[in-house]
Design a protein around this ligand. Structure first.
Ligand SMILES: Cc1ncc(CO)c(N)n1
Length: 221
């Protein structure tokens, strides 16, 4: 996509270092080169299940904002597609956890997770506008897409046991969905006031920082 036409692509380039730290984190690189510690993976799995539980109301709040604020009908359909997939995602987590012997009931969120969830909750209020929320939504999904797709492309040594997880977010349909979210965010940002554009960029940077902390939390002892 042409940077001139895509504010989000401009931000990806402008914040390249942070973006790489979020999408090429040592935890992801360890999955890709096969050296991942399975206890880290299990920690990530339990923590992400908690995160997705909080992500559900976040996504529905974006859906509600799109219904109220977007004049483009297809926005709501795309966002609703993402929202509807979360039911299946929660089942996937339960199934995966039982395969790995992770007890989802006994999990306490770590600080990085609690802070990320609090960040998500801050978007559900009515004073956060659609442009800013759509930017956050795009960024959150895209970090996972770019991270996990890297584990299944090229000359990877991703352990067989983790291929399903990587495919869940790394598959090309999910990639296409992220591109649709990017188009929504770009269209909104181009029409937004300077204040809103600044706020959306700040939110993009915050998402990257939260994602890095989330990976750090998963991979540390
Ligand atoms: C921490 C985190 N970021 C993004 C996603 C993508 O939905 C997820 N499941 N968890």
């Amino acid at each position: 996509m042409d940077n001139e036409q895509s504010p989000t692509a401009t931000w990806q380039a402008k914040h390249r270092e942070l973006y790489e730290r979020a999408t090429r984190h040592p935890f992801i690189l360890s999955i890709r080169d096969g050296t991942v510690d399975f206890s880290s993976f299990k920690r990530w799995l339990g923590q992400d299940y908690i995160f997705v539980g909080e992500f559900v109301p976040f996504v529905f709040s974006v859906l509600l904002k799109s219904w109220k604020e977007s004049e483009i009908k297809s926005d709501m359909e795309i966002i609703f597609g993402g929202a509807a997939a979360l039911s299946d995602e929660l089942s996937w987590f339960k199934n995966e956890a039982s395969k790995w012997g992770v007890d989802l009931c006994g999990i306490t969120p770590f600080t990085a997770n609690t802070e990320y969830c609090r960040f998500l909750q801050s978007f559900t209020t009515l004073d956060i506008n659609y442009t800013v929320a759509a930017t956050a939504f795009w960024a959150i999904e895209t970090v996972y897409q770019e991270s996990f797709s890297f584990c299944i492309e090229g000359d990877h040594k991703t352990p067989t046991e983790l291929l399903g997880t990587c495919q869940r977010w790394g598959n090309s349909d999910f990639g296409q969905y992220c591109k649709s979210l990017q188009q929504i965010a770009d269209r909104c940002i181009k029409k937004a006031t300077a204040d809103v554009v600044r706020e959306a960029e700040e939110v993009f940077v915050s998402v990257l920082k939260h994602e890095i902390e989330f990976w750090n939390m998963s991979s540390s002892e």
